[in-house]
Design a protein around this ligand. Structure first.
Ligand code: NAG
Ligand code: NAG
Ligand code: NAG
Length: 599
């Protein structure tokens, strides 16, 4: 993993305020899945958290706050978070206050240890227990939809027993799912804690009248049913599709939506594709149809996702495959692609791997679509003494020869000495970028950044991705490959379709310190390549042909026999089988020589 860290540092140096530069524009960000483990290097760990959550309003995934120890550490970067779709884990911290003051809703779609949506434990220092979490300022938290709450083993933590957790846990989910809360007795003894302000009707998160718990359930009129409310009268009931509360009675007045948000109004489902017309007994198209994208109803799916029926998805359901244009279509006969899981992809055979290596490379055999990422870490070809993984050789890489699509990213920091390009990926047409490296990059190729080596990619002279035509989402970074030519002879704008804006990249591409060797001066694309350039030398490495393509190569004119030139598609196409060699079109009547019809 050393090189990944180096890479991260390179980026920090290039763009000093990578994630802090967005001003006040709030964004969605991705949470983590690290649980209770975190980097030994506390400073690095803290910086990663800051980069992840600064200006973030919606955490997609889990919010995990761990290892915050240094007194006086600035946690103001947490203040914009309003919603977490997974769980919230606060553990092994020593700071007195965790200020998640705008967090309104925890959805609990993922649960910690399969049970917990809010887990607050072990927030003190064993040697000096007086250093520890004192106040959990979740002032705005009014809804935990799913999962259990546990708050225990925080020796300095006060006020948690005063909070009416029944008011926060979703009543329907609680009844049906049996979710509970548990405020353990290894927090600070309540008699030694300060009291809530006298103005609080329920409990409080800390001292002072502005720290009172806001109730949205307990004080509601019985007419509200399971819905929340903003006051005690029946007129104060929230709409039943609201979560966390409301400021009015309609589905447009909700604090958050229980199910989906359709243009600012909460609903159980998005507008369907068809209406049933009872008069004609037919389904008729609904002009207001929208796709479901996580919690939103949208007119179009984001470019990095696929359309599967009425939803925006990361991968098609079983029996369906991508048609290459962003839609899932049914597999017919054997036309279905063979899908396999990438490195680290949950539920796949490589779920616990961090790299392709000799022990797992066979899983890619025959695979046409890789769901997830392909990663070659430093030890992939040298083997790993520590884990006993044997070295991988170049011939094992033929496992990748059928891969057409990688839905995530491709990451390479090492390659066999005898291969001078990445042509083992000769069928690779598309990199999806559904997952991105460092949330930015869909293609990463980097050699050692140290000027003295050891070098792992100095044998690379061209890229050789001869079929790669599209990177649907995310950027390209290729760096420090000292003998790589041709990288700047390609029209990357044709390849990189939806770059992620970032300072170091130009139109989503960063080519850094490659091709310093002399022979690059004489590297040129084949004259048969058009102005979009090439992936390497020769007529079979063009991005597009000037004249005609034939059997994966570019030609000035089509061969005389067996094929004809299709001028529109710039392709040499086969004659009909009954033609005796020569033809001017694909049909049986477009042969140019005598046809010998058998009777
Ligand atoms: C706990 O506090 C002691 C004394 O201040 C400090 O040396 C130690 O590093 C702390 N422990 C942890 C786990 O941070
Ligand atoms: C590469 O490794 C595989 C599996 O260990 C082995 O069967 C094969 O003979 C090796 N090929 C070469 C050229 O070393
Ligand atoms: C590069 O690609 C872009 C987008 O496809 C295109 O507009 C542009 O003309 C291309 N440049 C050259 C030199 O072909």
């Amino acid at each position: 993993m050393l090189l990944s860290n180096t890479l991260y540092l390179v980026f920090v140096l290039l763009c000093p305020a990578l994630s802090l530069s967005n001003g006040l524009k709030l964004r969605k960000c991705f949470g983590s899945n690290s649980g209770l483990s975190f980097s030994e290097d506390r400073d690095y760990h803290y910086k990663r958290l800051v980069a992840r959550y600064s200006n973030c309003k919606l955490v997609q995934g889990n919010l995990e706050l761990t290892g915050l120890e240094e007194p006086g550490l600035d946690l103001s970067f947490l203040q914009n978070i309003e919603e977490v779709t997974g769980y919230v884990l606060i553990a092994l911290n020593q700071l007195p206050i965790i200020p998640l003051k705008n967090l309104k809703i925890i959805r609990g779609r993922e649960l910690f240890e399969g049970k917990y949506s809010l887990f607050v434990k072990y927030n003190y220092n064993i040697t000096t227990p007086s250093d520890g979490l004192r106040e959990l300022r979740l002032n705005s938290l009014t809804e935990v939809i799913r999962g259990n709450v546990i708050i225990d083993h925080n020796q300095q933590l006060c006020f948690m027993d005063t909070i009416h957790w029944d008011d926060i846990l979703n009543p329907v989910q609680r009844r049906t799912g049996g979710w509970i809360y548990q405020i353990g007795n290894l927090n600070k003894e309540p008699s030694q804690c300060p009291r809530c302000s006298g103005s609080c009707v329920a409990g409080c998160w800390a001292e002072g009248s502005e720290m009172c718990q806001q109730l949205t359930l307990e004080q509601c009129s019985s007419e509200c049913g399971d819905a929340r409310c903003r006051g005690p009268t029946p007129n104060d009931c929230c709409h039943s599709e609201c979560a966390a509360g409301c400021n009015g009675p309609t589905a447009s007045d909700c604090t958050a939506c229980l199910h989906v948000n359709n243009d600012g109004s909460c609903a159980f489902a998005c507008p369907p594709e068809f209406f049933y017309d009872a008069q004609s007994f037919r389904n008729v198209p609904n002009p207001g149809f929208k796709y479901r994208y996580v919690d939103q109803c949208v007119d179009n799916c984001p470019s990095n996702l696929l359309i599967d029926g009425n939803a925006c998805v990361k991968s098609c359901r079983i029996g369906f495959h991508s048609n290459g244009e962003g839609k899932c279509i049914p597999c017919i006969g054997t036309a279905c692609d063979k899908e396999c899981f990438g490195v680290g992809q949950a539920n796949g055979p490589l779920a616990n791997a961090i790299s392709v290596d000799s022990s797992n490379v066979h899983h890619f055999e025959g695979c046409t679509i890789v769901k997830g990422n392909i990663i070659f870490e430093t030890f992939a070809f040298s083997g790993d003494l520590y884990t006993g993984v044997l070295p991988m050789n170049a011939s094992q890489l033929t496992a990748f020869k059928d891969v057409k699509t990688i839905t995530g990213y491709l990451y390479i920091v090492t390659w066999p000495k005898e291969l001078s390009d990445f042509a083992v990926f000769k069928s690779l047409e598309t990199i999806g970028g559904i997952d991105l490296f460092r949330e930015k990059m869909a293609l990463v190729i980097q050699d050692n950044t140290s000027p003295v080596g050891p070098f792992s990619l100095d044998q690379i002279t061209s890229l050789g991705f001869k079929s790669l035509r599209a990177i649907n989402h995310g950027n390209v970074y290729i760096g420090y490959c000292q003998n790589l030519c041709y990288d700047n002879l390609l029209n990357w704008t044709s390849v990189v379709h939806h770059p992620v804006q970032s300072r170091a990249f130009r139109n989503g591409v960063l080519l850094l310190r490659n091709g310093r060797s002399k022979q690059c001066n004489s590297a040129n694309c084949d004259p048969e390549c058009d102005s979009n350039g090439c992936w390497g030398p020769g007529p079979d490495r063009c991005f597009q042909c000037s004249h005609y393509s034939y059997q994966g190569s570019c030609l000035r004119s089509c061969p005389k026999s067996g094929v004809y030139a299709d001028h529109n598609e710039k392709k040499c196409k086969p004659c009909h089988s009954i033609c005796d060699g020569l033809c001017y079109g694909s049909g049986p009547f477009q042969c140019t020589t005598t046809v010998h019809l058998q009777h």
